[in-house]
Ligand binder design. Structure first.
Ligand code: GH3
Ligand code: MG
Ligand code: MG
Length: 372
């Protein structure tokens, strides 16, 4: 990358470190005359103190100094994240050149031998300031690019979330719950063969006489009723253990194993994973219950139906209650796609409606069974 900005010495502050005052004066004069900002230190210790309060862009550092020599100063500066980026040029006597390998190892960028030639000194100072500036620019551009990438990633994730979310209720929308249904179906196809190793069930839920709620109380109350229905259903499909604690899949599986060992059949009725609720549209919803057979799904469906009657909405001095009808179906290895399972659940739902609403109907294979 070409540095297009004109080089302006006034932009830079150079720290000169030398224990001999005469050397210092000479160097400062040369740098001052060229337009650089300068500051100085007469010992290694003083140099470190100066760097604490000023932020030099480059350091001209004498190699040999009493007490703390240049190498030690260099080492300390490179160990400190605040100062490690400052370029250091060593000032060495011709007899000290064998120290240079060490100086470079410690992080020096260059050296000038004393007595130095002014044009060479200035050329080296300029080139390292230029390099540092370019490096800083690249670093800034890189950080900006990284930030933009992070922002894009966040925006993309948010977009993906929104595209899968029902706006009113915050649960999965139609597309998202169908996608999950397809995944679950594939899981079923893959694992069912291994001796009934895996099955899942679906619930189709529809609010009863919802049109009446809208007509009587208005659309906003209708919306509130939908949100209430979702909250109640979510509570019913969450995995809770006997103490009402949220249960992890691992805990649930362990319990299932234990019940199996004891010869109990109740194990079939405990779904081992949280169910997934999605809104198909309007006041129609689907629940997908992984690791759940028909018996277990029916229990969850009845729980949903009953829980609905336990809560109400207060609209001024009126109490609004809602009921739901639920159709239940389970994966059958003969099914070709998730729609086949959903269709059976829909048939069951239709039957639940036709038989008085506020009830559960189950499609056991092709046989319809009405609850309550
Ligand atoms: P059924 O017991 O047979 O299901 O009767 P229903 O009245 O619930 O069914 P119907 O399909 O006749 O009416 C559904 C109503 O739901 C009609 C529509 O205006 C309303 N609806 C659909 N989406 C929304 C929504 O997002 N908010 C509100 N407030 N109402 C909605
Ligand atoms: Mg010296
Ligand atoms: Mg309805």
């Amino acid at each position: 990358m070409k540095n297009c900005d004109p080089f302006n010495p006034e932009e830079f502050l150079i720290l000169v470190v030398d224990d001999i005052r005469k050397n210092l004066q000479l160097l400062i004069e040369i740098l001052d005359t060229s337009g650089y900002g300068t500051t100085f230190a007469l010992s290694g210790k003083q140099a470190l103190e100066r760097i604490e309060v000023t932020e030099p862009d480059l350091i001209l550092l004498d190699l040999m100094m009493p007490e703390m020599n240049g190498l030690e100063v260099c080492k300390r500066l490179k160990e400190n994240p605040k100062t490690e980026q400052i370029p250091i040029i060593f000032l060495t006597a011709a007899t000290e050149t064998h120290y240079l390998v060490k100086a470079f190892k410690f992080g020096a960028v260059d050296y000038v031998t004393k007595p130095f030639r002014t044009p060479e000194l200035l050329a080296r100072v300029k080139i390292h300031l230029d390099l540092k500036k370019t490096k800083d620019k690249l670093e800034k551009a890189y950080q900006e690019m990284k930030r933009t990438k992070d922002e894009l990633e966040t925006a993309y994730q948010e977009m993906k979330r929104l595209a899968a979310t029902d706006e009113l209720t915050g649960i999965r929308n139609r597309r998202s719950i169908f996608e999950l249904g397809k995944e679950e179906f594939e899981r079923g196809q893959r694992y069912y063969k291994e001796k009934d190793k895996y099955t899942f069930s679906v619930l189709m839920i529809d609010i009863d006489k919802f049109k009446t709620i809208n007509d009587s109380y208005g659309h906003d109350v209708g919306d509130e009723a939908i949100k209430m229905m979702v909250r109640i259903t979510l509570n019913c499909i969450r995995k809770v253990d006997y103490l009402g604690r949220l249960e992890t899949e691992k805990e649930a599986l362990k319990k299932k194993e234990e019940l199996k060992r004891l010869g109990s059949t109740i194990e079939e009725e405990i779904p081992t994973e949280e169910g997934h609720l999605g809104r198909l549209g309007g006041e129609e919803f689907v629940v997908i219950l992984p690791h759940t057979n028909l018996k277990g799904a029916k229990i969850v469906a009845q729980r949903v139906c009953e829980a609905m009657t336990q809560e109400s909405l207060q609209v001024e001095d009126e109490t609004v209650t809602i009921t739901v009808s639920v159709g239940v179906a389970t994966y059958d290895p003969k099914d070709k796609k998730i729609d086949d399972v959903l269709k059976r659940a829909d048939t069951a739902l239709f039957a639940a409606k036709a038989n008085g609403r506020n009830r559960v109907a189950v499609m056991d294979n092709q046989q319809l069974k009405l609850g309550k």
